[in-house]
Design a protein around this ligand. Structure first.
Ligand SMILES: [Zn+2]
Length: 342
C-alpha cells in the first residue's frame, strides 16, 4: 500500500512577453490593459509518497517509475492528511525563515470530515478548514501570519475560478489542480485577507466561482489545449477577468482592498502558463479518468508508468491500454493498493 502526500517539480522560465489587451466594459470606450505573460516549463515532476513499510517509509516516485496496482481494487478511501508543524523562525520585509515538519497519518477520517479526530484541531487543521470555509482565523496560529496569494484560474471557457494559497506552496499549487492559465491578482498580508477577497469575488460576479465541477474544468482545459492558440486565449482570459472584477467592484458592500485591486489590474496584469513540454501532446492523446471510481477501474490489476504531471493531471502509461490522465487531486492522500516496481 502507498499514499501520495505531495508533489515536487522543477520550474524554468521559458519566456516573458509583454502585450496590450484592449478591454471594454459595457458601453464605455475600450481601455488597454498591460499584460505580462510568463511561461514556465515544468520538468522532473515527482510524487512524494509514503509506503506502508517501516523500513522504507518515504519514496519519491520519479518520471519513468513503474507502479503495479492490485487486482480487484486499485484505489481506496482518502486518508487523513495528518498535520504540518510550522514555526516562523525569522521574518523581515522580504524574507521568511520557516521550520516545517510533516506528520503523516494513515487513519480514515469520519464521513465528510477532512481530518481524523486527532488532527482535526491542530494548527494546520484550523488553517485548512478555514481555507475550505469553516472556522475562524486564529491569531495565535502561525499559518494565519504567512503571506497568501489571491489568484484566478482560466479553464478556457467563460467561467473563472478564484482561489487562494499561502505563499510557501509557490507554483506547485498550480500543478495540484487542473488548470489552463492563471492570473496572479494580489499578494495579501495573510490568508484572512485573501479569503475575504476570494469569497466576496466569487459571490459578486456571475463569471467567478469558487469551485466549478471537475468535469466542467477538464472539458474546457482539453478543448483549450487542442486549439493551440494560447495568445488568443490570454486575450479572452484578460477580458473575462477585467469584466468580472469590474462587475464585482461596482457592487455595494465590497471589501476596502477590492477597489484598489481593480484599479491595479486595469494598469497591469500578470498571467502565467505552466506547461510540461514533453507531455503536452501526450495529455491531449490521453483518456481522462475524472474521479476515483473511474481511475480505480482503469488501474486495477495493471502496471502503470508514471510519465509526469502536466496541467494538474498525473499521466500514467498503461501499456496497450494507452495513456490515462487523472487529476492529481484524485491521488493526494488516497490509499492506493499498489507497489513500486522500479
Ligand atoms: Zn490524522
Amino acid at each position: 500500500m502507498l499514499v501520495v502526500r505531495a508533489l515536487n517539480a522543477m520550474f524554468r522560465i521559458n519566456s516573458v512577453v509583454r502585450d496590450d489587451v484592449e478591454c471594454r466594459v459595457g458601453l464605455l470606450p475600450p481601455r488597454t490593459v498591460s499584460v505580462v505573460m510568463t511561461s514556465y516549463a515544468v520538468h522532473n515532476t515527482q510524487l512524494l509518497t509514503q509506503l506502508d513499510d517501516p523500513h522504507s517509509k518515504w519514496c519519491l516516485i520519479d518520471e519513468g517509475t513503474i507502479i503495479r496496482f492490485n487486482h480487484g481494487k486499485a484505489l481506496g478511501p482518502k486518508l487523513c492528511p495528518g498535520t504540518v508543524h510550522l514555526d516562523i523562525i525569522e521574518r523581515t520585509d522580504d524574507s521568511l525563515i520557516l521550520h516545517m515538519v510533516r506528520e503523516e497519518c494513515w487513519e480514515e477520517p469520519p464521513h465528510r470530515a477532512p481530518f481524523c479526530s486527532r488532527h482535526f484541531n491542530t494548527r494546520y487543521g484550523q488553517y485548512v478548514r478555514y481555507v475550505f470555509g469553516s472556522g475562524r482565523p486564529n491569531p495565535d496560529n502561525p499559518f494565519f501570519h504567512l503571506p497568501a496569494l489571491l489568484y484566478t484560474v482560466f479553464y478556457g471557457g467563460d467561467r473563472l475560478k478564484v482561489g487562494t494559497t499561502i505563499i510557501i506552496k509557490g507554483l506547485r499549487r498550480f500543478l495540484e489542480q487542473p488548470i489552463y492559465l492563471v492570473a496572479l491578482l494580489k499578494l495579501c498580508r495573510n490568508i484572512e485577507e485573501a479569503r475575504e477577497l476570494e469569497v466576496w469575488f466569487s459571490r459578486s460576479s456571475r463569471l467567478f466561482s469558487q469551485a466549478p465541477s471537475m468535469k466542467f474544468r477538464i472539458g474546457d482545459i482539453m478543448r483549450s489545449l487542442a486549439r493551440r492558440d494560447p495568445a488568443k486565449d490570454v486575450c479572452r482570459f484578460v477580458r473575462s477577468l477585467i469584466l468580472a472584477v469590474t462587475e464585482a467592484t461596482s457592487r455595494r458592500g465590497r471589501p476596502g482592498s477590492s477597489k484598489s485591486l481593480a484599479d491595479q489590474l486595469w494598469r497591469r496584469l500578470s498571467v502565467i502558463d505552466i506547461a510540461h513540454p514533453d507531455l503536452e501532446e501526450e495529455l491531449l492523446r490521453s483518456r481522462v479518468a475524472v474521479d476515483a471510481n473511474m481511475a480505480d477501474k482503469v488501474l486495477a490489476g495493471r502496471s502503470a508508468e508514471f510519465l509526469g504531471i502536466a496541467r494538474g493531471f498525473v499521466l500514467l502509461g498503461v501499456g496497450s491500454a494507452g495513456n490515462f490522465a487523472i487529476p492529481y487531486e484524485v491521488f493526494r492522500d488516497r490509499l492506493a493498493y499498489a507497489e513500486i516496481l522500479s
